[in-house]
Every structure is written in C-alpha cells, then in structure tokens.
Design a protein around this ligand. Structure first.
Ligand SMILES: [Zn+2]
Ligand SMILES: [Zn+2]
Length: 407
C-alpha cells in the first residue's frame, strides 16, 4: 500500500510499504477514507519528538471502513469507524478509571522502557507517534491496523460525512477535555492561548460549558478570525502586551481560567523565549514554554490553568512562585479520547457542535509531503488538512476559497 513515512527532520515521503495484517484477535483493518494532519505532527516534522525511526508511518487522526475483522472484534465489515489516537486496552487499572491515555498495557514492553526512563512510568500507546508511545503505524496510508478494536473505534451512523466526525479521533475531544480541565463555571472569563484546531475547539467547548467570555490569543489573522466567528474576543500577541490586556479586560482581576493550547514550540517575543529557542537548538533544553508562563502569570488568583499543549521534556523558568502564591490549580495530560467520543458524537448529531468550519484543504495521499510543508509554513491559510487516499494527485480542494467565491 501507499503511506506517508517519516525520514528525518522536514523529510516526509510517500512510500510503498507492506499492507497491515491482523496480528491479534481483537484487531481490525480499516481502509482509510480520511486522515488529518495534526499540529502535533509538526513536532514530529520539526524533529522535536525523540524515538522516531526512518520509515515510520505517520497519522493519528483516522477514519475509514472496516475491511478485515479479528476473531474477537465486535465490529463488522463495512462499518464506518473513527479511530481514537490513544491505544487503550480497556481493562487495566487506568482504563478502568477512564484514564485511557494512561493505559498500562498498550505500549509494548519492547518500547515502554524509553518513556519509563524519561517520566518514571511507561506512556500509553498512540497511533503514528514515535516509538516512545509504542511504535504503532499511523493511518496516513491506504490501510490501518486498529488494535483493541473492541475499545476505541466509534461506529458512525449512515449519512454523517467524514468531515463532520473525523475530529472525534483527537482534536475535538482534546479541545473538550481542555475546557473540562479548566473547570469552567457559568459566567467565567476564559483565556485561550493558540487558535489552532485544539484552541478553536476549546473555545467552542468553553462556551458550551457556560463561559460568559472567551479571550483568544494568537498572531495568525485567519485563526483569530475563526476564533471571533465562534464568539471569542481576540488578542494579537505581537500587537499588545497580553498580560496587561487581559488584566484590563477583566477589571484588573485576570481570567478565571487559562488554557495553553500552544505547547512546546511557542513563538514568544520575550527574552525568555529567545533563550529557550537557543537551548532547544543546542539540546540544552527541550521545551519553549512562553505561552505556558504567560498563562500562569495572567491567571487570576485562585484560578485554573489547563494545558492540552504538548510538552516533552524539561522546562526552564517555570514561575512556580506565582503558581503557588496565587493558589492556582493546573490540569494537563494526553486526551482520554474514548471517555468523550460517545457524548461528542451525540452533540454533533444534535447540531450543538460543528467542526467542519475548520477544514481548509482536502488532498490526496500523494500530495501529503507538500501538505506537510504547507501546514508548517502557512499555518494561517492551512487551518486543517484532510488527506483522502482515494483522491487523485493534485486534487486539492480549498473550502475556505469556496466560501469566499461569489454566490
Ligand atoms: Zn492530533
Ligand atoms: Zn488499559
């Protein structure tokens, strides 16, 4: 089959690789109909995630049609399913607490020692995301092997198009959990750093949970415009002092909750971020947490900080004094996708959530390497790319251009 494979920093290729096979009775194989490129794929593209190997198949936001079924899978051939990026056994201590991304069984013993050395505990498994999380092949390919198919896959009712449900695989539950972790109360003012897909869904979720105001922070005009379209007030961080602006907008109190949807590759302007960048490039530090620091320093006393943004290693200059003295609460973590998919699918069906506004491009698998470059270089116009293995090469459809076409 054809698949998008990683070969090093800024080197993604389309290769012909062996088709996946059922290796366990709980597996299924799906024929991919849609697979998205994620913001966290950029961390792989930029070479910030260790334990990638040349030839690894990318892609953790996948859906498709069941074409082969293991003896112990409840799924049936022909069913359309969305696959959570988290690989979870469903029966360990952590899965029992619905903390699916902390699954103790899904990261094989041969790879789990890496994260155990780094973090003290082995990480749960994830699709298409380095050997640190199990070395599972991703779904930016024609076919995908889905382990634990009795735990993760969401069966999609007929008549719901791929674009409407694909994001149940990661970014929609991630935005939702980010808002849940911010413990939003009716009437709250919530600040969200980063208006990429997760940030935009966190904004939507915050309003659904009762936030009175959401203030969105970014520097890409198109993304800020999308945030505004969802009802958020916006701050361009290159034009204002974010912390001062937030204080002013909240009568000197600060936001009740702050959500960092940026993670380790923040584009801060402060001297601290310049130092972080130098350190990351010289391997003296791994994370550039400008947004995270700003969130902690801006949050009101007794407020909550939620961190869905991905961090991988060590952080310098964590403002622990402000965090402690203000009495903040912080929640973070990889998303427990399976915990949220049924509820979110119902909300999509009821029309309470629509995520299709985000999709800017559909492209073929063969165009994948170009799409990675565009996604990396033009984040303002490429807000979300969906790869469809069935499409012909060059058949890029730009929904946002369509929106702007005269009627
Ligand atoms: Zn993702
Ligand atoms: Zn488990």
């Amino acid at each position: 089959m054809r698949a998008l494979t990683w070969h090093g920093r800024h080197d993604v290729r389309v290769d012909t690789v062996p088709d996946p096979e059922i290796v366990h009775p709980r597996d299924v194989i799906i024929k991919i109909t849609s697979t998205a490129i994620c913001g966290s794929d950029l961390h792989l593209f930029d070479g910030y995630i260790p334990t990638m190997r040349a030839g690894d198949i990318l892609g953790h936001e996948n859906m498709g049609e069941v074409v082969e079924v293991g003896a112990k899978s409840p799924l049936k051939k022909g069913q359309r399913v969305v696959i959570p990026f988290t690989v979870s056994c469903g029966s360990c201590y952590f899965c029992g607490k619905q903390q699916f991304s902390a699954c103790d069984n899904s990261n094989p013993a041969t790879t789990s020692d890496m994260s155990e050395t780094l973090y003290g505990y082995p990480m749960g498994g994830a699709l298409g995301y380095a050997h640190l999380t199990g070395g599972y092949a991703g779904g930016q390919a024609e076919y995908l092997r889905v382990p634990y198919s009795d735990v993760g896959p969401v069966v999609i009712p007929d008549g719901m198009p791929d674009d409407q449900v694909l994001f149940l695989s990661d970014i929609l539950p991630t935005g939702w959990m980010a808002a849940e972790n911010a413990e939003i109360e009716p009437g709250d003012t919530v600040a969200v750093w980063g208006c990429g897909p997760v940030g935009l869904f966190a904004i939507q979720s915050a309003f659904l949970m009762g936030a009175h105001r959401v203030i969105a922070i970014d520097h890409f005009p198109r993304r800020l415009e999308l945030a505004k379209g969802l009802g958020a007030e916006i701050l361009h961080f290159r034009e204002v002092n974010v912390r001062e602006a937030l204080f002013e907008m909240t009568g000197g109190i600060g936001p009740d909750a702050c959500i960092d949807c940026v993670g380790m590759e923040a584009h801060g302007l402060g001297i601290d971020n310049i130092l972080d960048t130098v350190k990351a490039h010289t391997f003296l530090g791994t994370d550039r947490p400008a947004a995270f620091r700003q969130a902690i320093l801006s949050c009101r006393k007794g407020g909550r900080v939620s961190v869905p943004g991905v961090y991988g290693g060590m952080m310098d200059k964590f403002p622990i004094g402000a965090f402690m003295e203000k009495g903040l609460t912080m929640k973070t973590g990889q998303t427990h996708v399976q915990k949220y998919t049924a509820e979110l699918l119902r909300m999509i069906e009821e029309g309470k959530i629509d995520t299709t506004f985000l999709v800017s491009h559909h492209a073929s698998l063969e165009d994948g390497p170009d799409m990675y470059r565009h996604w990396h270089d033009h984040q303002d116009t490429y807000t979300k790319i969906i790869l469809k293995p069935g499409l012909e090469k060059g058949a890029v459809q730009t929904q946002q251009e369509k929106i702007h076409e005269p009627a």
